[in-house]
Write a protein that binds this ligand. Sequence first.
Ligand SMILES: [Cu+2]
Length: 273
Amino acid sequence: MTIKYDGMTEVFDLVESPGVPGFITSARATLIDDEGRRVGHHMAHLHHAVWVNPQKQDLACPEWPDRFFGSGKERTPMRLPDGYGYEVGESDWGFTAHIDGMHSGHPGTFEAFIRLDLGFAPADSGLTDIAPVWFSVTGECDADAEFDVPGGSRYTESDVWRATETGRFIAAAGHLHDGGLALELRNTTTNESIFTSRALYERRPREFWYLTRMTSFARTPGVAVDEGDDLRLTAAYDGGRRRQGVMGIMLGAFVANEVPTGLAYAFSAPDLG
Ligand SMILES: [Cu+2]
């Protein structure tokens, strides 16, 4: 990617996948320069990066290709429990990223890359396929997924997704921006908390809010949900000051009791608009 030193860079592209059928068992993204060195936060802020698989349909938003991994400033890795993986075919993937250069007033651009480290198992490894479920407090089909915190007091934003399958969540991780406190996924039909992803901060001398990690879970048998259950995702933000364009996203790994996933869905090409 060609990144502006001062300003926002948005990327929509097709990227090569491993090119062989198999299962993704873990994923972690790193922003690097052309010599493979990590690009520091003082150079560029990775707002978000999202990978989509055009060969599957997104469970939470069926009109979209499958959003199977995302990363932000906090670079939370995803690791599935043993015996599970996300099955992919040979096709290229869709990729979108938003990166802010941090050198205000500095003209020009620099080259950067996002390295995606994957745990990958062969197609005949007998793993159980998972369906990623992309929850957003702005709605599962909202491409932008941003909202504003007005400031003044603790602020929450939430949205409900009605489960379309019966099964269980075996992993989940959240994504918030600076000022975020926690993201809770709750089954309001059974009044049961599925998972709360908490924002962890590092103290920096001149930057009070510095999100470094979101907590995640990965375990079996996981948390069961029934078709028709209302799953409410709530993002809580500190209201100490106004914040614009923040997010509240949780990516869950769902195992359906009757497996409707697999590569049966044929999408011709991802809609990268
Ligand atoms: Cu974000």
